[in-house]
Design a protein around this ligand. Structure first.
Ligand code: GAR
Length: 230
């Protein structure tokens, strides 16, 4: 766990597109008066819609375009430099669609988190909703996790589950899950800002004072089997 040196938890959010998770993070910090600040939003694509929204909010929003760099390594070095300028306690990937080099991940070890639209370790990579429908799983969801050099892998901070319905398409599933993603990332940001999140020597996550880090949308017309007493 990074030692948060000031009373404000400094956050840098990385995006590649729409940025709805980033918007939720910004709004959560502001509306709930968390001891946190979104210092910058950085995108790797010039047409990332979230950049405009962040600028309208008065947040420093920067483009570090991967196309401007010959290699992945050079891009990651430039990106790390742009991030470091803001001295973040945490770097939050929010729909950032680039594979990161091990050097980059190591540089931000224990400070880099991602949201992925599946219940990891199921369905890493792209097209997770198509993968879930093809596999016939009845629960799908999203995961906030610390980033390791292995793609879509790493210590899990929290998960949100949704039922898969008979007439679901990849789009309807994506929409159901996105609503949960926003709740999930907002909750994790609260925990980070409050300094509750730590990683132990086994690389397991602990969130001080929190018994459950699982969230779920109940299936329609389906009674819950039981409610845990613990
Ligand atoms: C979200 O569904 C996020 O989970 C996913 O991209 C979307 C971004 O939406 N991320 C990944 O697939 C990363 N592997 P947003 O730009 O509206 O937050």
């Amino acid at each position: 766990m990074p030692a948060i040196t000031s009373s404000t938890c400094r956050l840098v959010v990385l995006i590649s597109g729409r940025g709805s998770n980033m918007q939720t993070i910004v709004n959560t910090v502001r509306e709930q008066g968390l001891p946190a600040q979104v210092c910058a939003v950085i995108a790797n694509k010039a047409d990332a819609l979230g950049l405009h929204w962040a600028r309208e909010q008065g947040i420093q929003a920067t483009l570090v375009a991967h196309r401007d760099y010959a290699t992945r390594k050079e891009f990651d070095q430039a990106l790390a430099q742009a991030i470091d300028a803001h001295r973040p306690d945490y770097v939050l990937l929010a729909g950032f669609m680039r594979v990161l080099t091990p050097e980059f991940v190591e540089h931000f070890n224990g400070r880099l988190l991602n949201i992925h639209p599946s219940l990891l370790p199921a369905f890493p990579g792209l097209h997770t909703h198509e993968q879930a429908l093809a596999a016939g799983v009845q629960w799908h969801g999203c995961t906030v996790h610390f980033v390791t050099p292995v793609l879509d892998h790493g210590p899990i901070v929290a998960q949100g589950a949704v039922p898969v319905l008979a007439d679901d398409t990849p789009d309807t599933l994506a929409e159901r899950i996105l609503g949960v993603e926003h709740h999930l990332y907002a909750q994790v940001v609260r925990w980070l800002a409050e300094g509750r999140v730590s990683l132990d020597a086994m690389q397991r996550v602990h969130v001080h004072g929190v018994a459950s880090r699982s969230f779920a949308v109940a299936p329609p017309e389906s009674p819950w089997i039981t409610t845990s007493k613990n």
